[in-house]
Design a protein around this ligand. Structure first.
Ligand code: NAG
Ligand code: NAG
Ligand code: NAG
Ligand code: NAG
Ligand code: NAG
Length: 192
């Protein structure tokens, strides 16, 4: 009895320690969303609603940036137009079930802040070149993703060209089928 309780406690602490980094990332993202929305409110603009596909894209882009160091020319301090493009952007879109035409009017704003300090992060969006996007009524939706010292905000519009509505093709079904197949194959190898 005592052993199984210890065992449970051990499992619980492992689970908690695994989840903590994820939780703190989400806190950063929620803080930034709240900060951006109060900035919008102070400008008499509508608040931005979370768009799942935009959040997916933001996470993917943060993942691309995560190993780049913060410098005074990265992220919100970069000269507009000099940000590195992503040769695999079409793949990132595909991962998030997005069609490039549904993202054309959206904007992607990466920022690099050591340890994602909450106030610096907010200032990197509201007190930089990015603020003009936040002060634009054409944007109605938002997705935030973060990884390491990078946090990425994607803004979406309510038009078809920026609404980030999912692509309508059978890609998802195929991917799910492939996952199921892989699962079955590994199951087979494990037990037979
Ligand atoms: C927002 O609206 C209020 C009331 O309509 C007005 O007093 C205030 O000046 C406006 N603020 C901005 C930034 O437009
Ligand atoms: C960026 O940092 C470098 C080296 O630390 C410095 O020489 C440069 O002046 C800085 N640039 C800006 C725009 O602050
Ligand atoms: C994206 O959507 C448009 C219009 O719905 C369609 O014409 C185009 O072929 C699609 N592109 C891709 C890559 O799926
Ligand atoms: C953005 O974050 C950096 C830290 O990476 C900080 O040095 C800089 O002051 C911030 N920029 C603004 C406009 O707050
Ligand atoms: C926001 O945009 C409005 C209209 O374009 C402009 O008058 C105002 O100064 C801007 N405010 C900020 C803080 O950028």
């Amino acid at each position: 009895m005592a052993i199984s309780k210890l065992h449970l406690l051990f499992l619980l602490s492992v689970t908690l320690s695994l989840y903590r980094p994820v939780l703190s990332d989400i806190d950063e993202e929620d803080n930034l969303l709240a900060g951006i929305n109060s900035y919008r409110t102070s400008l008499n603009l509508t608040t931005l609603t979370k768009i799942e596909n935009a959040e997916c894209l933001a996470e993917e882009i943060a993942d691309q940036f995560k190993n780049q160091p913060c410098t005074n020319t990265t992220g919100s301090a970069s000269v507009p137009g000099t940000e590195p493009g992503f040769p695999n952007y079409p793949n990132l879109l595909k991962k998030c079930h997005l069609n490039i035409t549904a993202t054309r009017d959206g904007v992607i704003m990466p920022a690099c802040v050591p340890s994602l300090d909450a106030l610096l992060v907010l200032n990197n969006f509201t007190k930089s070149q990015y603020s003009k996007n936040l002060n634009d009524s054409k944007f109605t939706g938002i997705g935030i993703g973060s990884d390491n010292n990078w946090i990425v905000v994607v803004l979406t519009t309510s038009t078809p060209e920026g609404g980030f509505s999912p692509a309508t093709n059978s890609e998802e079904g195929l991917t799910f089928g492939r996952l199921l197949f892989l699962f079955l194959v590994s199951f087979f190898y494990m037990f037979f």
